[in-house]
Design a protein around this ligand. Sequence first.
Ligand SMILES: [Zn+2]
Length: 73
Amino acid sequence: MELKNCKNCGKVFIKKNSGLCDKCHQEQEQKYIRVKDYLWDNSKATIDEIHQATGISKNIIRKFVREGRFRSL
Ligand SMILES: [Zn+2]
């Protein structure tokens, strides 16, 4: 069992692949769902447009893109 600091809030937690504690991981998943819902209706949206429509930071959206979560981007 290895302890780590959460990349987002700095809280100590038991290491997982995401590098985020449970709370931040859940928040990130909620953001992902919001972006995904937006893209469902706006499949040609750019990262800027997604950011403006959802209020989610571009860094987080780019991270989702890097992880290959949105095939259309
Ligand atoms: Zn955290």
